[in-house]
Design a protein around this ligand. Structure first.
Ligand code: NAD
Length: 565
């Protein structure tokens, strides 16, 4: 039956008030059995829901019960996704009631599995799929979104989802999850958020051969064709949603940095993999400095991985050191990299532009006897690079599981009283080491931040709580600040301010159990403080599109989404 005919049949056969069904089937409006007696009378809801009037707490209890009944994490993910479709306020209240429990399901690590199986588990659409078949009409397609004042788009092309490679349009799980955390963690109203995936084909053969894959089954486009599609998308967003901030997410490193450079000074946008990661890692370094009583300027960092996350962290660290008075050349000398070909150095062929300034001259260095070399690098084994560079910190953003092996961690512990070890790769299966390994091999001295969550542990009779260097401490809060102030640009200074504010909220008690970030359980309060600090900077930088209020804290708090019934 054609849609028009279906609507007509529905209208003829519906005898009750249509608004009652709108209330019950619109996730934003639906309160389930929490509608009051007068609302039930007014909207014709009597008899459509059980007579008992329920509080949010009762509904939360039922949601928790149903959540725990799911036997797998993917099942739990699907349950939460359905709850978001059914009762948005209950969904956000549930997330806020226990971040530690729900965040690893809504986002990493479970969202990785959800993306890999997205074509099989997808139910209702939650965002927009902009395919290259719609070239020339993207603005028109964006107008199909029912909300007219979108303020946040998280967009991916699905080519590098977490550490899982090309997931095509199944990467949609990432924008959906990220935007849910904007609301849950920092109070950005959900109605202003729009998840977007750009379908430019996929090079994932498995997906192209899977009849349930929902995207275009063609190889990815590249080069000028790719760029002009992204240009059209960015321009279409400016035209249709002029107050919107675009967050680029999970693009491959060959595209992520160039795209950020292309648009950052022209439109309101940022890349969380680069700038959000950088901010949370720098906040972790601030915390580590407090824990081992050193200064930022004392640190020498060796990055395992030289992609967008690594370079983003290095660039922000350099900016911080320069702000502290160090020359840029000296600050750059504090950063060393290992990529898939070995230690990055001045003679390494085919280095991307963004890495050139970190390619040091190593001709004067003495290498360990017998250390393996490669075609493009004099050192290919991480443990040898550690011996040469003698870093105070190693940061893993390579997606190489077990790269921080026992030899590497023990070498770090030999060189440093409190070695800083951040295995940041996601998901858990790609982590450079586990938190337990870093603690055990360093005899309890490592200062750690991990990308994926690891449980607390005991070592030598002492409790260790691994901090999760999760961007979720940063981007929702920066987003809330941008939303409240209607900022027209997102700057690196905002991410440094966010890092400082986050680090300043870590208490001495947190530090005493090895936690270099405030606990995830208090992320909502933490994020609001970060948002207030960043909003103040936005006003100071003259980037706000609203007048500066007398009380910035109150101004931000007034704009926060409250999921209460
Ligand atoms: P990317 O693809 O841009 O970079 C990956 C880098 O790893 C490349 O430079 C590549 O050369 C290098 N690499 C690959 N194999 C290697 C090997 N065998 N030895 C050494 N280097 C190797 O990806 P990215 O955006 O930089 O992200 C990398 C990882 O960091 C991902 O797992 C991502 O999930 C994680 N990440 C974590 C956080 C966080 O926890 N806050 C934030 C962003 C990214």
């Amino acid at each position: 039956m054609k849609v028009g005919a279906m609507i007509e049949t529905m209208n003829q056969s519906t005898s009750g008030s249509p608004s009652a069904f709108q209330l019950l089937f619109d996730a934003r409006l639906n309160k389930g059995a929490a509608f009051s007696e007068s609302e039930r009378e007014q909207f014709g809801l009597v008899g459509l829901i059980p007579d008992g009037i329920e509080s949010m707490d009762i509904q939360l209890d039922r949601a928790r019960l149903q959540f725990e009944q799911q036997s797998s994490d993917l099942g739990k993910y699907q349950f939460l996704s359905a709850l978001q479709d059914r009762q948005e306020r209950l969904f956000y209240s549930l997330l806020r009631s226990d971040f530690q429990r729900y965040m690893p399901i809504v986002y990493t690590p479970t969202v990785g599995e959800a993306c890999q199986k997205f074509g099989h588990i997808m139910r209702r659409p939650k965002g927009m799929y902009l395919s290259m078949n719609r070239r020339g009409k993207l603005a028109q397609v964006l107008r199909n979104w029912p909300v007219k004042d979108v303020r946040f788009i998280v967009v991916t092309d699905g080519e590098r989802i977490l550490g899982l490679g090309d997931q095509g349009v199944c990467g949609m799980g990432i924008p959906i999850g990220k935007l849910a955390l904007y609301t849950a963690c920092a109070g950005v109203p959900p109605q202003v958020a729009l998840p977007v995936v750009l379908d430019m084909g996929t090079n994932n053969e498995g997906f192209r051969n899977d009849p349930l894959y929902p995207g275009l089954r063609v190889p990815r486009i590249g080069g000028e064709e790719y760029l002009s599609f992204i240009d059209e998308f960015v321009a279409a967003v400016q035209e249709v949603f002029p107050r919107c901030c675009i967050q680029f997410e999970d693009f491959t490193n060959k595209n992520a940095i160039p795209l950020l450079e292309r648009y950052r000074d022209k439109v309101c946008c940022f890349n969380d993999d680069i700038q959000g990661t950088a901010s949370v890692a720098v906040a972790g370094l601030f915390g580590a400095c407090r824990m081992n009583a050193t200064k930022m300027s004392d640190q020498r960092i060796l990055f395992m991985g030289a992609g967008s996350a690594a370079v983003g962290i290095a660039d922000l660290f350099v900016k911080q050191l320069c702000g502290d008075g160090m020359s840029e050349a000296q600050a750059i000398e504090r950063c060393w990299f290992v990529n898939s070909r070995g230690m990055v150095h001045a003679g390494m062929p085919k280095l991307p532009d963004y890495l050139q300034r970190y390619a040091h001259d190593v001709s004067g260095l003495k290498f360990p006897a017998g250390a393996p070399s490669g075609l493009d690098s004099p050192l290919t084994r991480l443990s040898d690079v550690v011996e040469v560079v003698r870093p105070t910190a190693i940061i893993g953003v390579s997606t190489v599981a077990h790269a921080f092996n026992e030899t590497v961690v023990r070498a770090m512990a030999r060189m440093n009283a409190r070695p800083i070890i951040f295995p940041l790769s996601n998901p858990t299966s790609k982590s450079e080491c586990t938190a337990e390994e870093a603690i055990r091999w360093s005899e309890g001295r490592a200062i750690i931040a991990t990308g994926s969550p690891f449980p607390p542990m005991h070592f030598g009779g002492k409790l260790f709580v691994p901090g999760q260097g999760n961007n979720v401490y940063i981007y929702p809060a920066v987003g809330m600040a941008v939303f409240a102030t209607e900022a027209n640009r997102v700057t690196d200074e905002m991410f440094l301010r966010a890092a400082e504010s986050l680090a300043s909220q870590t208490t001495d008690q947190d530090l005493s159990v090895g936690l270099i970030y405030p606990p995830i359980s208090s992320i909502y309060e933490t994020s609001i403080e970060v948002a207030i600090a960043v909003a103040a900077l936005i006003f100071d930088q003259g980037l706000a599109r609203v007048p500066r209020p007398a009380d910035i804290a109150e101004f931000v708090r007034e704009r926060v989404y409250d999921p209460a019934f």
